[in-house]
Write a protein that binds this ligand. Structure first.
Ligand code: KIV
Length: 277
């Protein structure tokens, strides 16, 4: 399968085929997401809270993102590789351009940035041929952990729609809608030419994105709009406990996990030990 580029992602919207996007923070997961055919493998700044133990996404730095991006890049062959621009790395168009160029030089195909009014930044990046994914609705970098559904009033619904159109007009190639009411996301999805990818924004978007830890059931954030397909937190904990118990009881390792030296060579070693030590 050929490498997926932005034209491929747009062609899926035109063909009315759903796009799949999933966060990814490491090499083995990147290999699996790519093999599974996920369209957009996404190094989100949610790495901060899911992997690095930070209290907020705003603590994530460029160095953090580059470290994880490098690992994910090694595992991706086919998928489109999207990376988040961390907090305070795109305050001005100039700063955004410099940081986006760095992220692309580490192997990203495009960058994602949050904000309902980021047209100037998006325009500068687009003019420099950089694929930008905008992100509106709930913006963790700016709204914090207080997750409010967006688009429940006339004025908020209208400003979300206006913002989506303005960002597309500025050159955004994709847009993420987070915690937007399903009715407003439907309008946005229908009005935009670019794909709208939803998270907690209903089933009418052109595609969906979730956090890998959430679908695997790892981490304590019980968000109503996500879905745990497995309970790896419990499975991992059980494996750790069983390993600890088997080591303590002398049940691990067994012969299956041991290596041996030939009897003859061992006899020589033992003789040397007896004579010299
Ligand atoms: O970083 C992230 O995981 C995100 C998703 C919520 C889209 O931005």
């Amino acid at each position: 399968m050929a490498k997926k580029d932005i034209n491929f992602l747009h062609s899926k919207k035109q063909a009315d085929q759903k796009l799949t996007m999933l966060t990814c923070y490491d090499y083995p997961t990147a290999l699996m997401e790519d093999k599974a055919g996920i369209d957009i493998v996404f190094v989100g700044d949610s790495v901060g809270m899911n992997v690095l133990g930070y209290e907020s996404d705003t603590e994530v730095t460029m160095a953090d993102m580059l470290h994880h991006l490098k690992a994910v890049r090694r595992g991706v062959t086919t998928a489109y590789l999207l990376v988040d621009m961390p907090y305070k790395t795109y305050d001005t168009p100039e700063q955004a351009l410099e940081n986006a160029i760095t992220l692309l030089s580490y192997g990203a195909d495009g960058v994602k940035l949050e904000g309902w009014e980021k047209e100037a930044v998006v325009r500068t990046l687009a003019e420099n041929s950089i694929d930008v994914c905008a992100h509106i609705g709930h913006n963790p970098q700016f709204h914090g952990s207080r997750r409010l559904v967006r688009g429940r009033t006339y004025s908020k619904g209208k400003s979300l729609i206006q913002s989506a159109l303005a960002l597309e007009n500025a050159g955004a190639k994709l847009i993420v809608l987070e915690m937007v009411t399903k009715e407003i996301s439907k309008i946005i999805t229908e009005k935009l030419k670019i794909p709208a990818i939803g998270i907690g924004s209903g089933g009418n978007c052109d595609g969906q994105v979730l956090v890998i830890h959430d679908i695997l059931g790892i981490g304590a954030l019980a968000l109503t709009y996500t879905k745990a397909y497995e309970d790896y937190e419990n499975l991992t904990f059980q494996a750790i406990c069983q390993y600890k118990q088997e080591v303590e009881e002398g049940l691990f390792p067994t012969e299956a996990q041991e290596f041996s030296i030939d009897e003859e060579k061992l006899a020589k070693v033992e003789q040397w030990v007896t004579e010299n030590l």
